[in-house]
Design a protein around this ligand. Sequence first.
Ligand code: NAI
Ligand code: MG
Length: 399
Amino acid sequence: MSKHTIVIMPGDGIGRLVMQEALRVLDAAGFDAQYIEADIGWDFWCKEGNALPQRTIELLEQYKVGLFGAITSKPKEEAAAELSPGLRDKGYVYSSPIVSMRQHFNLDICIRPCHTYKGNPLNFIRCSAQDQIEEPFVDVVIFRQNTEGLYSGVEWSHPDGIVYEALRSHKKFVKSFGDVPRDEIAVSTRIFTRKATERILRAAFSHAATNGYKSVTLCEKPNVIRETSGMMYNMAKIIQKEYSGIELRNTNIDAQMMWLTKNPEDYGVIVAGNMFGDIVSDGFAGLIGGLGFACSANIGEKAAVFEPTHGSAPKYASFETSIVNPIAMIESACMMLDYLNEKALAARIRSAIAAVILEGRVRTYDMMKMKGSPDVIKNGAASTRQMGDAIIKKVTSDK
Ligand code: NAI
Ligand code: MG
């Protein structure tokens, strides 16, 4: 009997390719687990009208820990056109299975670490006051509320009836939009709840305290978005009182996006609502190598799913030799190991990745700043498999 059971969801495109490497690295490190593969993604939408089949939900309900690659998503109309003919016009409406999974399991805490690997040619550099090139060391962990806010899907085009009446009950609506015809209005709501706000803030402060970070930066806009960002800021001030060694900073999302290239080394834990958390985490990911390095965890009270933040990159999915960088996927697997309290294994894999990057002999096309094409291999880039092999070699030599 294995110690752990993991539901793996390779999904579509390069999700499947990077998943293979993550599993090979986990095996090489000696992770004691059995894997159960679950269906998710585009094929299941086309064949069954559901990109997240009920059987996958049941497997996650049973085993509670998932490792996810990536899926392909398409706009509503394109998705409808690709449904198998027998399912058309039967009321199937496409929705993203990863968003559905986050909402079904209430995976409300999204964690996205961004840290510099020494020797990564994609690291952000800047010019110092003395005209020297400097490479700030980034070590930031973004806590993004994952289920509410602008991504909760509570929205209307030309709102009618009681929705429109409710809007009209707000004097600012009447002043700014009172004369606009209803069918020219679209509304997406930004709903924050006390419980989810408190949970994401507590997770952020607790992570800072346990991992030696000196500050938690709330990245919202409470001076303008007074009710929702304001709720989060007020709650942050209350929770900070329980963590006397940790400073609470308050930045606005727009200013934060400017500051992150000026002084990224000054930030530790960042916490934000869904939309701003998504934005600021992509911003920081850009400083440490981009999508090939950006890993994440989605954690709820009853289940957790780990995934790279990149998508299925269909244009690279069918090359004879895969060129994409598996590090974001492998790092996501390390986050899973931390969650399962297999911290020594996670640390070993991370040191192996660090050693491969520092040596600089094995670099995927993104690290070589090449344009993605099958030719990158003959021009010296490592394949997905070669990067996996290099990491495995370090993991096993370290045993
Ligand atoms: P994408 O993340 O798949 O790719 C964007 C670009 O980033 C690629 O063309 C490539 O240049 C680079 N890239 C991505 N992953 C890489 C890796 N591991 N190594 C090296 N380079 C990498 O985003 P895109 O092209 O906007 O979307 C493609 C499909 O993926 C769409 O159907 C989209 O809906 C879906 N998607 C799925 C996500 C998920 O499963 N969580 C997240 C984002 C997009
Ligand atoms: Mg994003």
